[in-house]
Design a binder for this molecule. Structure first.
Ligand code: NAD
Ligand code: 89V
Length: 345
């Protein structure tokens, strides 16, 4: 069995989940870590027993000795770090949001292509167990031909407590969370031709929008509604669950609160399943859904590296999700529908 050696850059809030995921894999090991903040470097290095520690990514790449790099920093550093990895010809995983804008994202994909190295975006939501169960039901033909869908994430959870930087950006919910929800819509219903969006900032104490409603025309004729909110205060908080509604020619699929999946076929009847994700030993509710998806996407990366195949959420694939984010901001600003061909060519 080949054991792939990895390096991780950015030892912050979310990287701890990524480190746990790597530790769970028999065929992967993080041999070096990097953070410009020495305290974060110490905390994560001590917690996971990693001896090689760097405050500079350049110094870490110069020393080398790893087969891939996992970039877990915030978005501003993604392009320089992906390009640094490409210069060193190191296969790369980059956290979402992939880039600050679509032009940067395209340049990053080109850098990896020119270097001949695989590039995967850590777009983990589509790897959530409940969402994979929805996809399986859809692909089984249980509801016939789908014609309408809704992908919905509405919450009053205080996301700023763990990720305070999210309160400061001029772009907030579409860039940070909508990007996941839009990716789920692409995963379930296929690529998108046109997008129309409306955004609102409800909270007065943040810089960006915290509510977004988007209408997607998929290339195969499906219409979907993608909506997200961090200003939705329900009697029972449902963070971080994504709810799904799909109508097809012969039935319906619903993924509802507490990970309940209901598949109804006009002639086959109703099946109800509990698709709650596993609570991994290092995970904690309510984040266990996201935490499990981190472990699953990391396993997928190692399998893709070993097989020499393109990961499902490759840089190339993510350009099509990232373009939806730019399209949403453009549509919200202009009030017009955006044709994705104008962004992606
Ligand atoms: P964070 O600020 O807690 O951690 C980022 C760390 O990176 C910090 O310790 C910082 O010092 C370090 N860093 C930044 N630039 C660096 C550089 N050039 N070189 C070395 N170290 C550098 O942020 P976070 O909340 O952990 O988020 C990190 C990324 O993960 C963001 O892009 C965020 O959107 C993403 N995220 C993804 C998910 C998911 O489910 N996929 C969930 C949460 C966060
Ligand atoms: O992806 C993120 O940065 C997180 C969450 C998973 C909650 O969207 O904020």
């Amino acid at each position: 069995m080949t054991k792939f050696k990895g390096a991780l850059i950015g030892c912050g809030f979310f990287a701890v989940n990524q480190m746990h995921g790597w530790q769970d894999l028999d065929n992967a090991e993080i041999v070096a870590i990097c953070d410009r903040d020495p305290e974060r470097l110490r905390i994560v290095g001590d917690q996971f027993g990693v001896a090689r520690r760097y405050e500079s990514a350049e110094a870490m790449f110069a020393d080398g000795g790893f087969d891939f790099v996992d970039i877990a920093t915030t978005v501003a550093s993604h392009r320089p770090l992906v390009e640094l990895a490409a210069r060193h010809k190191v296969p790369t995983i980059c956290q979402k949001p992939f880039a600050l804008n679509l032009d940067d994202a395209k340049a990053m994909v080109k850098a990896a292509d020119d270097a001949g190295v695989p590039l995967m975006v850590h777009e983990n939501f589509r790897w959530q167990t409940p969402l994979m169960a929805v996809k399986e039901a859809l692909d089984s033909g249980a509801i016939g031909k789908p014609f309408w869908g809704r992908v919905s994430f509405r919450s009053g959870y205080d996301i700023f407590a763990g990720q305070p930087y999210l309160a400061k950006g001029k772009r907030f919910i579409v860039e940070d969370l909508g990007i996941h929800v839009l990716d789920i819509a692409r995963y379930l219903f296929g690529d998108v031709d046109r997008l129309t969006a409306r955004t609102v900032r409800v909270r007065p104490d943040i810089a960006g929008e915290d509510v977004a409603t988007m209408l997607l025309d998929h290339a195969n004729g499906i219409t979907s509604v993608v909506d997200c909110s961090y200003s939705t205060f329900l009697p029972e908080e449902q963070f971080p669950e994504t709810f799904i509604e799909i109508d097809g020619s012969d039935g319906t699929i619903r993924l509802t609160k507490d990970y309940k999946l209901v598949i109804h076929g006009r002639s086959s009847g109703t099946t109800r399943r509990d698709v709650e994700p596993e609570l991994l030993p290092w995970a904690a509710k309510p984040w266990h859904n996201i935490q499990e998806s981190v472990a699953i996407i990391e396993k997928h990366w190692i399998e893709s590296l070993a097989a020499g195949t393109e990961p499902a959420t490759s840089g190339h694939d993510n350009l099509k999700t990232f373009a939806l984010v730019d399209a949403a901001y453009l549509s919200a600003e202009t009030g017009k529908t955006v044709d994705l061909k104008d962004l992606l060519g």
